[in-house]
Design a protein around this ligand. Sequence first.
Ligand SMILES: [Zn+2]
Length: 600
Amino acid sequence: MKTIVLDAAPNIVRYQVSIPDPRSHRYALRCELRAQGPVEFRLPGWIRGSYLVRDFSKHVIGLRAWRNGREQAIERLDKRSFRLAGDGEVVLEYEVNAFDESVRKAFLDTRRGFFNGSSLFYCPRGFEQTRFEIRIDKPRDALCADWKLATTLTAVETDADGFGLYAAEDYEALIDHPVEMAAFQRYDFDVDGVPHALILSGRVELDAQRVTADLARICHVERELFRQQPQLDRFLFLTNVVGAGYGGLEHRSSTALICSRGDFPRVGKTELSREYRTFLGLCSHEYFHLWNVKRITAQAFLESDLGREAYTRDLWHYEGVTSYYDDLFLLRAAIIEPALYLDLLAESATRLQRAPARLVQTLEDASFETWIKYYQPDENSVNASTNYYVKGALVALCLDLVLRLRSSITLDDVMRTLWTRYGAPGIGVPEGGLAAVAQELSGLDLGGFFDRALRSTEELPLAELLQEFGIAATLRASTSALDDGGRTQSKAQVRWVGLRLRPGESGIAHVIAGSPAQRAGLSAGDQLVALDGLRITAQNWTRRLDAYEPGARVELAYFRGEELLTTRIDIADAPLDTWTFTLAEADAERLARRQAWLGV
Ligand SMILES: [Zn+2]
């Protein structure tokens, strides 16, 4: 028997989220509303910020519906939509299987619950602008007794642990405030008078005072760029701490993060580890999305109902520019030194340099095709798919340097104008919007620059531009398997055949197009067995190669499937694919530019 508990307010959709048994990994959903005539319900096909159609409806189980207390047949319209005939009060009940540990869907076990509304909540058509109320019940299971709840949904009536009644002003808000439930650690801090908090689920020990102080400095410099706009009520870093993980998804007043237990500094440690710096870079990145993509956003995204793909050629702007700024804010917040910042830029430049795809796919095409490429990488991605985060960040760098060199503005001015013109009034940015604003504000003819950077596969003018800022850019050979670019003391010469092994295995992850490995007939998936009659392991592979002079041709045994095959492979010197950017002697003009950009 289903009883309707709707009150007199007709323009409201009520959801109840409960957890009958966390061991089942299922959320139980109940939806109540009142509607005249038939109602259509839809679940999003993708989640904003992650450009792949994921078909969240595939996790829905046991959907049933009632109208005015009588069970109603569900008429399925397509993979994500259905219709209910009849009239008056509607009750829906269903379960959602939640076992996705990423930040994009929903997860539930006895340790933790997390969900994005896009995985749980159907939108009744015509109710997109309606107020939603969501009751989230604390699970009664003893294993969840210490659970608390954190979300930026508006609390209406909640208990001390944060469970209870929440509201969202419309459907887009409902699905843009993820919910975290666990016996998490919570560290509150203030940024320019706005309450912020770091929520950590999962076992972790850290110097929370240091971490929140660092986060506060990063958030502050970002807010300063946009002159403390917009007004925020609060911000949450919802962080899932795991053994080994990395990722984040931006939301309008929070971000969902996944990171590694070892990322955090412990009390008493003062050095900046690579892992901790990477975590701060991730937080910086997601926080900048508060402006760039959440509010300064593509018209195509604003117009999308999240059903099918929303195409834009500008993801280099939304992700690449954000990636350029994420480490730059670490520098502006005095968390890293200029020399280290240049190392991070050099690592990005090296990633691009080592990917033959940069000569194959333009940045605009990489953006447009993200729906079939970036989120579905395969063994050939390094040869075929340009990474718009990496190349986009380097294009943003080049643009900032061109503006600083040839005009009176910087990329900061471009971002501020994008905010006041599009972000603040909630207007979608037309295609090519950032390029147009850069050109307008600077008074420069940037057509050639953008044609080359976005619509061609020509190399970027990194070295030429950096030189104008008193920075020496050198392209050198890698000195070890761990050399990702940046400064190195080593003069080691390493050998190269153009393949990458899967981490910890002797199986091939990918083969570089045109490399000795490809000429020898090797493919992704092949299992290397022996080089010149000596066994190959994940640990000794580069050492084995380094034993030969460049030009040597050596017998290589490998398995393809079950068959043992042999080939001969040419050993080459490591190519010049590794960048180093260093502060250099320069004239006063160049030093002044560098001072203005990097503060050194
Ligand atoms: Zn991003």
